[in-house]
Design a protein around this ligand. Sequence first.
Ligand SMILES: [Zn+2]
Length: 474
Amino acid sequence: MRRLAAWGTAAIFVGVMAFAIGCKGPDGKVLDKPHIVLIVLDTLRRDALSAYGYPAKVSPTFDEFAKKGLLFEDAISTAPWTLPSHASMFTGLLPSKNGCHDENFKLDSKQVTIAEQLSALGYQTVALYTNPWLNPYTGMDQGFRDYIWVVWPVGKDTTMKKGGEALLKRLVGWNVRRRDTSKPLFLFINLMETHPPFFPPEDYRRAVAGERGVKIKGEDSSLNRQMDHDFGVKKIPADEIKLQRLVYQGEVAYQDYILAKLLKTLERIAPKALIIITSDHGESFDEHGLVNHQFALYDELVRVPLAMQFDGCFANGTHVRTPVSLTDLNAMMLRVAKASSKCKKHIPMKELIPETRDPDRIRIAEYHRPLLIYRLSHRIDPKILSTMDRRLEAVMKGPLKLIADSRGAASLYDRSEDPGETRDLSPERPADIEFLRTKLGPWLPFSPFDPTTVKTDHISPEIQDQLKALGYVM
Ligand SMILES: [Zn+2]
């Protein structure tokens, strides 16, 4: 049912949109649909990129990419962590609608993904990813003909690269062995250099943080240490968090170097493609008492970078101020795939993402009960864990953002005046609270949690090794 509905919506726009197709495959043969490439830079904060105002020049590749296409000023994710965010990108639905989130780690096979939809349109579909949370046990592989997990070497500590450069080699090898040049290509890439633990190559650490950065270790930003901070068991000193923030910028710069090599490779593998670069969520550095990317829906977690290029169909260097959500990407990619003539002028945003026509558009981000985090943090006193046993939902209308808690609390921010979300306006703006509350989904009742009931048996030993290397204790 969902498949028909999505296609019906996309079909409406085929007649009005005029996109560039007729692009060539790597062998020079003319294809009737454009290649589509979705690149997710895992855990990349929007404000960590120079294009969005980071004061040092750490992201020349991304910045240059945005200058030749569209840079979205206000894009949000639907969730603050990997699995639900990717499930939303793939299905175009909120986590509560597609059912894949913290309380259920598997996308149901009844859901229809962008890879399935493009595959049905004749695309060759391939995914290469390094984040183990995207493993096939989560259902994220639906619709991909080739679903390639690039495993990075697991050492005794967390001081290793996270697979980005190895992924590039696998992509080149895949292209030689598996590419069907008679078909347009849908390529999904996930790189996770900016995911904790933070430990970029030494020259990057030195460049951003001097000799203090060289001495830092991956274990310093392990999940256990971050959870101890978030649950208040043992706080990480403020000056150390500042240092980790700098080292994180070293990861941003290192990942940008990998991105440059990836884009160069794509010129050959997927010429004239629609290329989308985004992130699945950000990372906290104690802005609201938290580190890592759990337990909250503030902008440092859900506001993400988003830029696109499409073979001259976008006005170069356009800053798109219209609010969008990563849920918009699914239908947008379908529209591009189904359009049928060469673009004669730059595509207006209202045709690329028709949802942006609505000036009163509501966007939503969700955080379900963090059952997996409880399971992974079982060494912490259950009473302490229970302090985070709640669901959260953020409702955004223009600059206004309501963050509501299933236990009844709510806070309101005006991000145009207070981008750091530091001043709760709920006491002085009851009418706005009341209105935004009407947009919340229903809170379903739940019982107090029992960490022993959260099952991780379905995760293979190999994946568990990778998760352990990221600092997760299974
Ligand atoms: Zn992620």
